[in-house]
Design a protein around this ligand. Structure first.
Ligand SMILES: C[S@@+](CC[C@H](N)C(=O)[O-])C[C@H]1O[C@@H](n2cnc3c(N)ncnc32)[C@H](O)[C@@H]1O
Length: 239
């Protein structure tokens, strides 16, 4: 009887959520960590005794960075297409890339945008080994970055512990009319989350997530045909 009442309560809660338009949210365990899942996304929470454990998050990211230090995820073709899509009329002079490991994307942006200032953030202490890279957690903004950047690019946003904070921070760093280009592949999907890549969402989910949580407007998408189903979504800060 007790378990029947418990089940009934659960179902009632789900129906109420459904009627209020809220997505189904449930949690499951991943080792010591919890994963929150909605219909659209999954997010690992690095909790210890009920509080966010930033040191645990950073340690995991740094270990992952060291393990994969020589890997390059970014694809030249995608950066070349980003440059084509924004074009010489885009007025791009300052580009900020987030989660850049060994600095490969900074080189590509310099190649395809020519004569621009490019900076990359990287949480791991290995950042200092690479050109145009600073050791910095991309959830935070330096005061001088606010409204400063013409273009922000990342393929590493799935390493975020708090994607609402993340995209709001990035938005605040764009000048009016500035672009945020977010790369999406099948490894950014919700079923791919793990302790190193804590946030996962579908491409369409990402568009509505951005719409719901920022003032950025979706402008365009591009795709290259590789085995990762690589795409990029272009968002623009209103003038
Ligand atoms: C999947 S790799 C991508 C690296 C690079 N963008 C590329 O295309 O090769 C993600 C990188 O983001 C870094 N990272 C993870 N969390 C971060 C954070 N909070 N702030 C800045 N960098 C972070 C990781 O250390 C790692 O080097």
């Amino acid at each position: 009887m007790a378990s029947f009442t418990k089940e009934l309560k659960k179902i009632t809660k789900k129906v109420k959520r459904f009627l209020s338009g809220e997505r189904t949210i449930y949690t499951q365990r991943m080792g010591d960590l919890k994963v929150a899942k909605t219909d659209d996304y999954a997010l690992v929470s690095y909790e210890k005794d009920g509080a966010f454990d930033y040191e645990a998050y950073k340690k995991i990211q740094e270990a992952g960075n060291r393990r994969k230090l020589n890997n390059i995820f970014v694809q030249e073709e995608l950066i070349s297409q980003i440059a084509q899509r924004i074009g010489p009329q885009g007025g791009i002079q300052r580009i900020l890339c987030h989660g850049t490991r060994n600095g490969a994307e900074q080189k590509l942006f310099k190649k395809y945008f020519g004569g621009v200032e490019v900076l990359g953030t990287e949480i791991a202490e290995t950042a200092t080994q690479f050109e145009d890279t600073i050791q910095w957690d991309f959830h935070e903004a330096k005061p001088e970055w606010l409204g400063h950047w013409d273009l922000i690019y990342s393929n590493s946003w799935d390493h975020s512990y708090d994607p609402v904070k993340l995209f709001k921070t990035w938005e605040s760093c764009l000048r009016p009319g500035g672009w945020m280009v977010v790369e999406h592949t099948r490894v950014h999907e919700a079923d791919k989350v793990n302790t190193l890549d804590p946030f996962g969402i579908s491409f369409e989910g990402l568009l509505s997530f951005m719409d719901k949580n920022t003032s950025l407007r979706f402008e365009a998408e591009i795709a290259i045909h590789d085995d990762l189903n690589r795409r990029a979504a272009f968002f623009r800060k209103p003038l």
